[in-house]
Design a protein around this ligand. Sequence first.
Ligand code: KG4
Ligand code: ZN
Length: 347
Amino acid sequence: MRVVGIETSCDETGVAVYDGERGLLAHAIHSQVELHARFGGVVPELASRDHIRRLAPLLAQVLEEAGTGRGDLDGVAYTAGPGLIGALLVGVAFARSLAWAWSLPAVPVHHMEAHLLAPMLEPDPPAFPFVALLVSGGHTLLVEVTAVGAYRLLGESVDDAAGEAFDKTAKLLGLGYPGGPALARLAEQGRPGRFEFPRPMTARPGLDFSFSGLKTAALLALREAGGDEGARADIARAFEDAVVETLVIKCRRALAHTGHRRLVIAGGVGANRRLREALLQLGEAVGARVHYPRPELCTDNGAMVAFAGYQRLRAGERAGLGFAARPRWAMDSLARAPGSPAESGSD
Ligand code: KG4
Ligand code: ZN
């Protein structure tokens, strides 16, 4: 079975072809970073318009790279949510129309499920069960995964997502969009230990996160430092240290709580080098295997959508001719199960 995947939930246009036997045949991403950079963040209307411009040429390019004609395809998978409504609508309408025109089944994909399954595109895919840390611009989730589609939410952020905290703190520090990678670069020049930021919600049991206080800590440190130019790098370093250590503490807890010995990291913040290193060290310390997708499959892409769609089509799922974009979409099966270490409030 060969499936086209289409991703347009935010500021990346992603198209890919996944083949059940041969794996990922081709994938391409068009990033809108340059388009939004001068506005300091994603402008939804510009994002939608650019997806419209890019989708058809990107599809032609990917089909050619994959050596695939329409007759070789068995389905079209598309991100139906969560994300920006206009951006989603472009991809949803395009994918649904393509499927209709080419007489193929279509299947909507949940963007976070696609992120979650992305590490399975790598040569040494994780076996079930595993614990997944999903860290993107919109979500921070710890999930127990026992099979494709069988997800149990262990913990989530009660306020900002990790990527959102990176982006907001980067803005405070005068860095451009996208903030996460820029902050990580600045932190490389920072001195560790000059500023000490909290590790939110680690002093009590539970697997929830809270990252909004860290940008306040960064703001206070910035004020305290006055005009000291070097302080920005030191603050970036303190911020990154705090996020990384907090995520490591919660992953350690999630592994202990579930008894699983595999940890999977996905989502844009999973591209962060220091987080990757720290979680690999955690894996060594507790005897767990740690799986990442390559950095380009951590951030938004069509490959993860093609793969998630392939799994759903293979399970017999088909969408009707109607379609919907769902800007908010809880992963239904992610209901917090009774007995999971729930907590509420923040430190
Ligand atoms: O998964 P993603 O591409 O899009 C969403 O679904 O949100 O994640 C984007 C987020 C942004 O907040 C971005 O700043 C962050 O991932 N990010 C990073 C890095 N690369 C991307 N954060 C920290 N370090 C990085 N290297
Ligand atoms: Zn994403």
